[in-house]
Unconditional design. Sequence first.
Lengths: 322, 324
Amino acid sequence: MSTIPDTKDSAEASVEQTVGWLSRMLLIRRFEERAEQLTLRGKIPGGVHPAVGQEATAVGVASVLTTADTVSAPHRGHHHALAKGMSPDRLMAELFGKATGVSGGRGGSMHLADFEIGFIGSNGIVGASVGVALGDAFAAHYRHEQRVAVAFFGDGGVNTGRTWEAVNLASAWKLPLVVVCENNLYAVETPTAEVTGGGSIVRRAEGFGVAAVSVDGQDVGEVREAASAAKKRALAGEGPTFIEARTYRYSGHGSGEGPGAYRTVDEIEQWRSSRDPIMRLRAALAKAGQITDDEYARLETEADREVDEAVRFAEESPWPDE
Amino acid sequence: MAELTYRDAVAAAIAQEMERDESVVFIGEDVGAAGGVFKATVGLLEKFGPTRVLDTPISEQAILGVAMGAAMTGMRPIAEIMFSDFFAVSWDLVANEIAKTRYMTNGQVTLPLVIRSGNGGGSRFGAQHSQSVENWAMAIPGLKVVAPSTPRDVMGLFAAAVRDPDPVLFFEHKSLYSLKGEVEDGEILDELGKAATRREGKDVTIVALAAMVPRALAAAEQLASEGVEATVIDLRSLVPLDVSAVAASIASTGHLVTVEENPRLCGWGAELSSIIAEENLFDLDGPIVRVTTPHVPLPAADTLEDAAMPSASRIVEGVRRSLA
Ligand SMILES: Cc1ncc(C[n+]2csc(CCOP(=O)(O)OP(=O)(O)O)c2C)c(N)n1
Ligand SMILES: [Mg+2]
């Protein structure tokens, strides 16, 4: 499996690194598409929340993290896990409910964890991921560790009180926390704008005295820049940062759900055709003469091979002992 | 007579009560436009409009705050907590506020509200979306706790819950939503606290709730082929608890087996067993056996979840232990 080179605190990246993000985004895309298909074929009993379309938010943030930095994720968290370096084999095995899964089959799609790589858990309860990262940020601060804790959560989580309790305390205690809201516009089938007072999520965060920024979540470079600045701030003892990453999920809320009546097929097509994060990075690299069509095709083939291998691993793995 | 699924019975029950009483409103996450994540509330928004069927943000505390305050001043709200696991997010409202206010105000106010919720395992959703939390609710004085096992009972018990002066937690079992059953025409209204005998047998009394009722019936079939005749009692509600139905049955069978989906410690079967042991000990000809989920979070893997939840064969084994 390819790895994303650690870059510590610089937002500048080499060509090799940038190609690394592209290949990681491709891996996530192919993994998620396959996981959805496998759910429909009955191989993944509990289903998944596919992150197709949201690859850049996870990869952009993870690109500035070291293994010591941690990530806490919500229910839609495969992309965060893969971006942080989780083995696709062991992730797929977890989804299958096999003994070789990251959590031995006991966790499932919403409860992934691999402490070796600093992925401290995804979570089935909306809002919970932020509180968990808060505690880890406290631990880092208390032990004078030079690292940050990152919490991902969705736009639906901006309307549960606990999210803001965590942001407030991190602000008051100046903890090294980076909170990333992946705003994909919907919570299940509810358009978040229709049930959210005040309009701007970033303004809400600013009310708690934290640095807050809204970025194009379909632009891996822009996400990375914001994450890099947030990490610098945290390591300098200046406290938490709140990042709203504007993104979009192409699939339904859960696997196997169609486009739904809550949004138009046109809207999905718009995001896919004009803002796709993989397409955009590929185009930028190609324009700079940094990737050829052949090289890109090889990345795709490699992503497919990794996912094939993950499925084979999951299929052949034993069931867990009771 | 019509054949309805359990999920359609939920929508029909809500509609029956909303048609009857304008003070009934219905709120929750994705309950209106989406028709509920389990599709149990399809058509209600279209029928009653957005002033009575309201989609909320993911704000469980606000949802129950709305239900409580509105109930205190004369409305009859129905609130949905999508998965019963999420009661934990808003437990203050349930345990400290809604349950206690009638008592703390010396009866100045009642809280006629219903909180309905998808409960229980079997869907492979993992430990935070699969729990059977009816025993959490049972532990709080001031709440009524209902858990139907058939489409018909969804209708009758739901109507009773809405018309009850006190707060009712109404647990719908997720794995029963697609179950079909006969539902009589016209208004259906049951009384809370009446168990139903689903099968008569002279040798042992099996007491079950919600999704454990069909499993208990399957176990009874298997036992019948071995010459053991079981009575199966469906409790239908835990508060009020129909102790007399259970007592009357064991007076003739002499054996009690409870089948609980909740984890073992402090499950409802422990309470029922202690009551029977205290009041009806001399009717018993063998030990009370509790078949439960072990005291573990529910695993996501299908093989592990199946091993954890009470199965027909574990119930059969439990009966054999009681009869041995
Ligand atoms: C406390 C709580 N309430 C409700 C749910 C059910 N639920 C799971 S995901 C979800 C929508 C979340 O939307 P968002 O935060 O925007 O994340 P997205 O699914 O868009 O990635 C809901 C309502 C839950 N898991 N936890
Ligand atoms: Mg969302």
